[in-house]
Design a protein around this ligand. Sequence first.
Ligand code: ZN
Ligand code: ZN
Length: 379
Amino acid sequence: MAKGNQRDYYEVLSVTRTAAVDEIKAAYRKAALKWHPDRNPENKSESEVKFRECTEAYSVLSDPQKRQIYDTYGHAGLSSSAGQGFDNTVFQDFHDIFGDFFGFEDLFGRGSGRRGRSRAQRGADLRYDMSLTFEEAAAGVATKIKLPRQEFCEACNGTGAKKGSGVQTCHTCGGRGQLAYTQGFFSISRTCPDCQGAGQIVKERCPECRGQGRFEREKTIELRIPPGVDTGTRLRVAGEGEPGPNGGPAGDLYVVLEVKEHQFFERRGADLYCTIPVSVAQATLGTELQVPGLNGEEKLKIPEGTQSGAVFRIKGKGLADPRGGGKGDLFYHLRVITPSKLTREQRKLLEQLGTTLRVENRPAERGSSIFDKVKDIFG
Ligand SMILES: [Zn+2]
Ligand SMILES: [Zn+2]
């Protein structure tokens, strides 16, 4: 029946052609325990081949449909997936047969062995709120945070049991986790006080964690906050959440940022806006101003005849986009300040000026409204 160098599946498992499913399962268990590479450290590569061989045989013979095809057509009848290896469903049976005895993911690198069966769960995600000054958020910052966190006890692998002692069924409740009391017609259940409802107790508690499997520890985590973050930005630090119960993977840490407002700048995305007051004379005659920028001062040239409300832009001097897409701009919005208190001399000069300086006091046409002007500049 064997084709090429493939051994007959019945021969591999040393069972007869009429063997029942239970017999095949038992034979496989025996063979797998014998050939598991962890049990054959001196002969790892040969045992791995044998282990795969018997697993493949079992994956076919334990499936009535595949077994019938194999009985009729031999290896050639099986689909390439069954013929060249075995599909992942066989790994689900491992836990029926062996429990958690072996780390199958490690052996096959598929991660399918624990699917849907395991008690191991992913740990909880943690949230850490962090406040930054505007300058820190603009420049980015490398910092350390101290996080009180449940740490997995390494001495007992999180089981809470002293090394080598294992767990046993709770005698008080017989593994049910609940105790029932009957009083007259009533039956009342309550959580078993000895195992706290787990149904299992450790024989001897791990001395490191006093049987808890974990303990709270302050963990220092280094954080790199990219430049340009804003209030509400959420940074994910993978694997720095709580450890998973029963040795499951850790959750993630989310650092949620709050950025304090700047004294002058208002932020819209990566762009910054600031209002600069100027005098009538400055706006009329033009000038050069030193204005606050993100990194020190910026020079802003005000041309002759600048109107109140005009907006000037300095390109690329805004905030960084934390998603890595360039930089925003700086916008300066000019406000011409009308003098409200004048000395006698100023009043005289202005009155004099007023006789020759005239504006037609008729409504501005719609096309020249301030909104249209701003739109032009923002483009
Ligand atoms: Zn422990
Ligand atoms: Zn109990």
